[in-house]
Design a protein around this ligand. Structure first.
Ligand SMILES: [Zn+2]
Length: 585
């Protein structure tokens, strides 16, 4: 016994040492694994290509789960739960799936319930409230979550933001655009007021410079001009007949102030858009409220350089509301572009049906690129804005001769923002939209004719050209591709592609028939601002590279330009005939 005890006593320090070592070792492992997972999270957020894959986010979630399970009560557990929420939130932003947002809320909730005293608890709660409010449309739940922060985490760094969001939700519930006072019990204590509510420097503010709109009886495009980049959130509110409130879409612009030129209220009543109101739901945020007679679909997206937020709203033609309206900028489009039905009911006359299916091509809008202060590409004695206007007029004449109605976005040397050109086409309900451009490249040997339709850019050169025409950087094109995937899928993509193919083939055929050795770069796709939101088949033609001396010489020749215009006109005519035949089949 003695011997054994002695032996045991001697072994005890060793055992303790072993235990201590293994605990430290597993702690070191968890710490290392956590750091690795965290780094992976950060790089996945930045890698827009990899971030598109659901499997990458799920793998990362599994890693965090493994770390959590290794020690569910350890010091890393709350942080890991928080990041499991973040992973699902980031995934949801890309998948648009409600279930992913819900998973994020569940993790944040677990984090806040299991670790009430951790310094990250209020961060988890605040994130949870934002997802509930902005993504899950659960205002009441969001307020409840915010109340927890406001009552239990007053000294935390999320107090001020929680208070602002709480006020915002309250003001929305009351239907106004002005900030409403929050309940007395949520007034900040003197301690938190002095530490967290420092007024921002005025110079940091982005100015809401103005609001433009193009409106008709079934379509409106509103453009909010800002002096710099600002985060925006938007929300659709149904009409409330009892309180005599119309359909409202409001856009909140964080960190912005309306400039003096912007009116609080602008009565319009010229179509579906009734009124534009501007208010401040909370200090530092501008709210633009759009009142509508009816709404069927809406899209909100930002364009850059200069920064502006574009709101597209369509109303049903027959005046019947579909409930709820479709938010095209958020919901992924899974349906393929609709093809016109081939079956013709015997009781109906074919011409009527063609009309009903929107298969007639009567009016073409010709868009001469650039203009005014924006000269476009300029090289080898060619200024893009002048040359494309020249071709636009040639093309217009030819189309009129073929029986088309012709409209121009510009017929003189004036500047028109890209988004206004598309808006004009939508408001005028034209059947086809053709934007004319002349290309340029830093490499002078690059040459050729190419025709574009709106879709993701598949090549580096397509990205580069879209960046140039949009006046934004190539890096921004990548962001744009991601953000606008759904928006672009809703455009008349198949029709636009078919039109682009006809136009490209016809132009090349025309010039080659006369002995010009022009190169065809084929039909390509890229996210062009000027085609975004167009409701009709729309294309962008790059007539050639002015940066290539040989091609520039061709482009300076009027008979060459005339052949290009001939080619486009013939193609549009073929497209019209094809549609008629297609509908009659
Ligand atoms: Zn151009």
């Amino acid at each position: 016994m003695l011997i054994t005890r002695k032996k045991g006593m001697r072994c005890l320090p060793l055992l303790l040492l072993f235990l201590l070592l293994s605990v430290t070792d597993s702690y070191a492992n968890i710490s290392r694994d956590y750091q690795t997972a965290l780094n992976q999270f950060r790089s996945l957020v930045k890698n827009s290509k990899q971030a598109r894959y659901r499997s990458n986010w799920k793998r990362l979630e599994d890693k965090f789960i493994a770390i959590y399970q290794a020690n569910p009560d350890g010091s890393y557990a709350p942080k890991v739960l928080y990041y499991m929420g973040r992973v699902n939130e980031e995934l949801a932003r890309r998948s648009y799936l409600r279930s992913d947002y819900q998973a994020a809320v569940d993790y944040y909730n677990r984090c806040s319930k299991r670790f009430t005293r951790h310094s990250w608890t209020d961060d988890a709660l605040y994130r949870m409230a934002r997802v509930q409010y902005y993504n899950l449309n659960q205002s009441a739940e969001a307020r409840k979550t915010l109340n927890t922060i406001l009552s239990k985490y007053q000294a935390g760094d999320k107090y001020k933001e929680a208070l602002a969001l709480h006020r915002k939700i309250l003001s929305e519930v009351r239907g106004g655009t002005t900030a409403s006072k929050s309940p007395q019990k949520h007034q900040p204590t003197s301690h938190t007021t002095t530490t967290v509510s420092k007024p921002r420097k005025a110079s940091n503010k982005v100015a809401l410079k103005g609001i433009r709109f193009t409106s008709s009886n079934d379509y409106t495009r509103v453009v909010i001009d800002l002096s710099g980049e600002a985060k925006h959130q938007y929300k659709f509110l149904n009409a409330d007949p009892v309180r005599k409130l119309p359909f409202r879409l409001y856009i909140d612009l964080d960190g912005t102030v309306p400039s003096q030129a912007v009116k609080d209220e602008l009565k319009i009543y010229d179509g579906i858009l009734q009124m534009i109101r501007v208010g401040k739901p909370v200090p530092g945020t501008s709210r633009v409220v759009l009142d509508f007679e009816s709404v069927q679909k809406y899209t909100v997206f930002a364009l850059e350089n200069p920064y502006r937020v574009v709101v597209d709203v369509s109303a049903p033609k027959d005046g019947n509301m579909s409930h709820p309206p479709v938010d095209l900028s958020r919901k992924p489009s899974v349906q393929k572009p609709k093809k016109p039905s081939r079956t013709v009911p015997p009781s109906r006359k074919i011409p009527d049906l063609i009309e009903q299916l929107g298969l007639t091509v009567k009016t073409v809008m010709i868009d001469a690129g650039h203009g005014g202060k924006d000269p476009g590409a300029a090289k080898n004695r060619i200024r893009e804005k002048d040359y494309v206007l020249n071709v636009a007029k040639m093309l217009g004449k030819k189309l009129k001769a073929k029986g088309f109605n012709v409209l121009y976005t510009r017929s003189s040397d004036v500047f028109i923002p890209l988004e206004e050109r598309t808006a004009k086409a939508n408001v005028q309900k034209v059947d086809l939209f053709v934007s004319l451009h002349i290309n340029a490249s830093r490499k002078s040997r690059v040459n050729g004719i190419e025709t574009y339709y709106l879709n993701l850019a598949r090549s580096k050169s397509a990205r580069r050209i879209a960046a140039r025409e949009n006046a934004i950087s190539e890096k921004r094109i990548s962001d744009l591709q991601f953000i606008l995937t759904d928006l672009m899928l809703n455009s008349k993509m198949q029709e636009s592609k078919a039109l682009a193919e006809l136009v490209q083939k016809s132009m090349v055929k025309k010039v080659r028939a006369k002995g010009w050795k022009s190169k065809s770069n084929g039909v390509r796709s890229a996210p062009f601002y000027v085609l975004m939101g167009a409701k009709m088949p729309s294309i962008l033609v790059e007539l050639g590279y002015c940066s290539n001396p040989t091609e520039a010489k061709r482009l300076r020749n009027n008979s060459y330009l005339n052949l290009l215009a001939d080619g486009i006109a013939d193609a549009l005519s073929t497209y019209r005939t094809n549609l008629k035949n297609y509908a009659a089949m």
